[in-house]
Design a binder for this molecule. Sequence first.
Ligand code: PLP
Length: 384
Amino acid sequence: MIVNNSLDEVKKRENALSIIKSIVEIEGRSSLFDLTGLSGGFIATPSEISLLETYVGPAIFEDALQEVGIDHMGGEKVLPLNRTSSGILATILTLVKKDTNVVHYLAQLPAHPSIPRSCKLVGANYFETDVFEEFSIPENTSLVVITGSTMDHKVIDEDEFKKVIEMAHEMNIPVMVDDASGARLRTVVFNQAKACDLGADIAITSTDKLMPGPRGGLMAGRKDLIDEIKVKVNQFGLEAQPPAVLAMLNGIKNFDGDNLVKSFTRKDELFDLLNEKFDNFDKTPTGVMISPEGLNTEIDAQHNLSDNDVAFLFSFILLKEHGIITIPAVSMPGASATIRFDLSTSDAFNLDLKDLNKKIESSFVRLQEVITNEEKCREIVFNS
Ligand SMILES: *Cc1c(COP(=O)(O)O)cnc(C)c1O
């Protein structure tokens, strides 16, 4: 085993960032291909930047974000946060008491780790399922959670979405929707309604997923609940700071759904190319992916690495040899180790898919070569 715990994950991330830095310094930004689908960005004019003071910034940009954010998310009020995870934590801190139940329905396990972790922190009992027939809401439930689109971009069925909200509201229980990527993926590609329009009390999206914004979270929903949650957010420093708020505002304004729709068709071409060599790639709405288990199955050689280790290693080889950024190398602890090639953000628009396919194939050849040498694998992941 190479990556064993959260500390190892922090270390591999540091190594990935230092590889990215050296590629930018030596070859330039154009030699990097961010295919994570979280390519972030900071769109701002010099005159906007000059307003980024502690109190002037929020006065101008938080106000503007209300209108633009509500237009994007629905609901009565929005609240900008440091991350989606911050919004999930703040909602659970506010609405969930010790020893109560939190139940979560999502299209496919696993849930984002911030949900069970936040429940653990407040001492609540947490239940999750991806089998709709098995979903039920027990007595003494304080919060119902729905994930609109999972970390691997598995999108919920809209009828099931409505049904879960109905069940919760019959029992007067609030519903929080983790709509990190779903707020755009569900609505633009799958023509579903906004979570708040479906009746969600709170919905949170990630402002760097499938849109040109900064890492951050944007919460929308019922004004009374948002006001309560905002107290916790400010008490614990979970709010977005003025620079992030500005970039969120401009990121949403520059969000172009057509790019998502284009990647929806281009992914078929990449999938067909990859299938000439591999058996375990799957399509996502805006790209392709291979699970850690699937990737390990492709490997012929005998080795002692875990499925996740194989995924981390592959992600590092793609980065080091071809400048291709995928999530496992750069992710935060506990994130999915699935390798996803997302075609929805700007680095992917001009990419020749035949060339990308060749790079993926040659990285896989390299992976097979090094995998039996654990020492070498460790060096690739940790640079030690
Ligand atoms: C990315 C993601 C999150 C967390 O977003 P952060 O901004 O990293 O906190 C939560 N839930 C889902 C489904 C996600 O995909």
